[in-house]
Design a protein around this ligand. Structure first.
Ligand SMILES: Cc1cc2nc3c(=O)[nH]c(=O)nc-3n(C[C@H](O)[C@H](O)[C@H](O)COP(=O)(O)OP(=O)(O)OC[C@H]3O[C@@H](n4cnc5c(N)ncnc54)[C@H](O)[C@@H]3O)c2cc1C
Length: 428
């Protein structure tokens, strides 16, 4: 069997590294890694697909990713904050109530304990039902509507349980009266490459990939008898089986013969695009925060992070770096802003937050990513299942975050790649 692996992000590389059959990975870009790419410029090192840390609920996967880095790795404790009413409040918000003023603290705790919101049918209702009015309206609702770039009632519930942990009631009370507690403990400690940024994870797979062609953009896929023919418009390849790890929205456009209802289901799948802005400063006076979450709708970015905290080797001595993430969608007015305008707005917001002084600015850059976040709305499961079922029946295995259109991280993409390889290895 000869397998065509479309896309050389983490999912595609993981399939390749674990597959016994003959195969070829076809990657559009000059380098592999997809979302896990790293920009190295003017002494600064930062992740262009948004800040990536190594964590997982599955300890085995953490150990596996750490082992891939062969010693080029550091472990650190998260120090995240939420920027709320001019204060830097401990993250997650429900564990940071002690940092709020007494009235806000009271409202969060009171409504958390006296909460008769009915069983939820959408994400907005789930927030009220789970956290009560205070926590929801002060932080969770405005933050989530910023990062998801839509109304919370448009989002479904099937992604929520694993992603937004419910705090134990004791922890919320303790936090409100000033006793230290920690939430989201599966990411309290994280790993990150000592040098070279997150691209070191996909790079670690490459020596195990037997056949890889970069600069090959899959533009046309069709059947010739039992064979799949894949072309970039100049060259053709023939395969017995296909594993697709490229965005499903692009896949339906290039595969010949996709029925209209399947194409419509894929068009209805929602995603958010992302702009990542790097702001370098000629100072090392920044706080040692890992990331800051920003619910304020008047500030463009929803999250900033500090690559020099992930690893001190990410910044030159005496300098620091801030990454700002901005969710956008074509047509929303933000995506249409020029990079210069986005950078100007980010810098001015960071000045207002007390983090940037214009005289210290020494480096800026913006990077765009069309398929940043998978948005799981109410129709998500139906549309995704329609698409998956057709591709599966056609003999194309979908694998990874952008091909399966599922809100999963590096750990799960690698695991899914291993599972696909196991499945194909079992076939003759
Ligand atoms: C903002 C942000 C922050 C994140 N933070 C974390 C984190 O902290 N920790 C974590 O574990 N995960 C994180 N993730 C998730 C992680 O990035 C993904 O789960 C993972 O990298 C997805 O890998 P993939 O191979 O499925 O997709 P991709 O990385 O998108 O790979 C797809 C590949 O296909 C290629 N391709 C596309 N079109 C074509 C074509 N036509 N022909 C050939 N090749 C093509 C692309 O160039 C790319 O290399 C984050 C994601 C985002 C967006």
């Amino acid at each position: 069997m000869n397998v065509g692996i479309l896309g050389g992000g983490l999912a595609g590389l993981s399939v390749a590294a674990h597959l016994d059959h003959a195969y070829e990975v076809l990657e559009r870009d000059a380098a592999c890694g997809g979302h896990c790419f790293t920009v190295e410029e003017e002494g600064f090192t930062w992740d262009g697909g948004g800040p990536h840390i190594i964590f997982s609920r599955n300890e085995r996967m953490v150990d596996y990713m750490v082992s891939l880095l062969a010693g080029n790795v550091r472990r650190a404790r998260r120090n995240n904050k939420i920027f709320f009413k001019g204060r830097y409040v401990k993250y997650p918000f429900e564990n940071g109530l002690g940092d709020l003023d007494p009235q806000d603290r009271f409202e969060c705790l009171y409504h958390y304990l006296h909460n008769d919101h009915p069983a939820p049918t959408n994400f907005r209702e789930w927030l009220y039902h789970t956290f009560g009015t205070g926590l929801t309206e002060k932080y969770l609702l405005p933050y989530n509507e910023k990062i998801w770039n839509c109304k919370a009632e448009e989002l479904g519930l099937d992604w929520v349980e694993g992603r937004v942990p419910k705090p134990p009631v004791e922890d919320v009370i303790k936090a409100a009266v000033g006793v230290e507690t920690e939430g989201y403990t599966h990411q309290l400690y994280y790993h990150y490459p000592e040098r070279g940024g997150i691209v070191c994870v996909p790079r670690a797979f490459e020596p195990r990939v037997r056949k890889l062609t970069t600069g090959f953009e899959v533009r046309h896929v069709r059947r010739r008898g039992p064979t799949w023919v894949v072309s970039d418009g100049r060259e053709e390849r023939e395969f017995d089986r296909l594993v697709a790890t490229i965005p499903i929205q692009d896949l339906v456009r290039v595969v010949e013969g996709v029925p209209a209802d399947v194409a419509a289901a894929v068009r209805a799948l929602r995603h958010n695009s992302l702009i990542v802005v790097a702001v370098g400063l000629a100072t090392d006076r920044l706080p040692d925060y890992t990331a800051v979450y920003i619910p304020d709708p008047g500030i463009l970015t929803h999250r900033i992070s500090f690559p020099g905290v992930f690893s001190p080797h990410n910044v030159p001595p005496g300098r620091s770096l801030i990454n700002a993430e901005i969710t956008a969608n074509a047509g929303d007015g933000v995506w249409e802003l020029s990079d210069e305008t986005v950078i100007r707005r980010v810098v001015s917001d960071l000045e207002r937050m007390g983090l940037v002084r214009p005289s210290e600015l020494c480096y800026t850059r913006a990077v765009r990513d069309t398929y940043g976040y998978v948005v799981q709305d109410a129709a998500y499961r139906r549309n995704r299942d329609t698409a998956r079922a057709w591709f599966e029946a056609a003999g194309v295995v979908l694998c990874g975050r952008v091909a399966e259109h599922e809100y999963i991280n590096m750990d799960v993409c690698i695991e899914r790649g291993m599972a696909v390889a196991r499945r194909l290895n079992a076939e003759a």
